[in-house]
Design a binder for this molecule. Structure first.
Ligand code: ZN
Length: 218
């Protein structure tokens, strides 16, 4: 039985990956169909930038607009799926103890940090995405609007959007079940110039497991 660093047990199954991602680090891997990817916000208020693609043909990839349209909300949570541009679910959110993630704010980049904060060459999620994508022969053309787990971008009724402190507390987690084999690229956001990480980027834990088939767990 595996546990998260916060003591939460994961359901029975075969653990394929269990690692702590330091702030500013990236991870890219193919999560096989049926496996569950858990991302644990170990200390709270930590944005985790997330992109995913059909592993067999990565020209099919996460589509933020369709995901929001099918969910009927910009705030995806348990029960919603992350859809590809081909109308297929790549992942389904099967557990979510936080309940607030961002679908519209996008990833930080060196260029946007320069534009917004006047600082050059900052560590950023876009470069992390590129590092991860490169491992699979992909590049700039493959970066699309991404999901930000545990990031809080509220939108007011007048359309004004904020970028405010995350609502996650230490140990909050999201479980994503892969609906097909999914190439997944994650950046543990290094941003220090806005509240998306509480101005203090912290580690997250990532666990991938293949649940036991029902007859095996009986
Ligand atoms: Zn970032």
């Amino acid at each position: 039985m595996s546990q998260t660093r916060c003591g939460e047990e994961i359901p029975r199954g075969t653990v394929l990956e269990d690692r702590v991602m330091a702030p500013g680090s990236h991870w890219a891997s193919i999560v096989p169909q049926g496996a569950v990817l858990r991302i644990v916000d170990l200390e709270g208020k930590q944005a985790v930038d997330f992109l995913c693609y059909a592993a067999k043909d990565p020209s099919e990839r996460y589509n933020a607009a369709d995901t929001m349209k099918y969910a009927g909300t910009i705030f995806v949570t348990k029960g919603h799926s992350l859809y590809s541009d081909m109308g297929r679910a790549l992942y389904t959110i099967v557990e979510d103890t936080c309940g607030r993630h961002d679908t519209i704010g996008g990833a930080c980049s060196a260029e946007s940090n320069h534009f917004r904060y006047g600082v050059k060459n900052t560590p950023n999620c876009r470069d992390n995405f590129l590092r991860g994508l490169e491992e699979f022969g992909l590049g700039k053309k493959d970066i699309v609007a991404n999901l930000n787990l545990f990031m809080n971008v509220p939108v007011r009724s007048d359309g004004k959007m904020g970028l405010t402190d995350g609502l996650s507390v230490p140990g909050d987690y999201v479980d994503l079940r892969a609906e097909i084999d999914v190439l997944t690229v994650i950046s543990n956001c290094p941003q220090t110039r806005n509240p998306c990480n509480g101005f203090d980027p912290t580690p997250v834990q990532l666990i991938v497991w293949q649940p036991l088939a029902p007859e095996e767990s009986a």
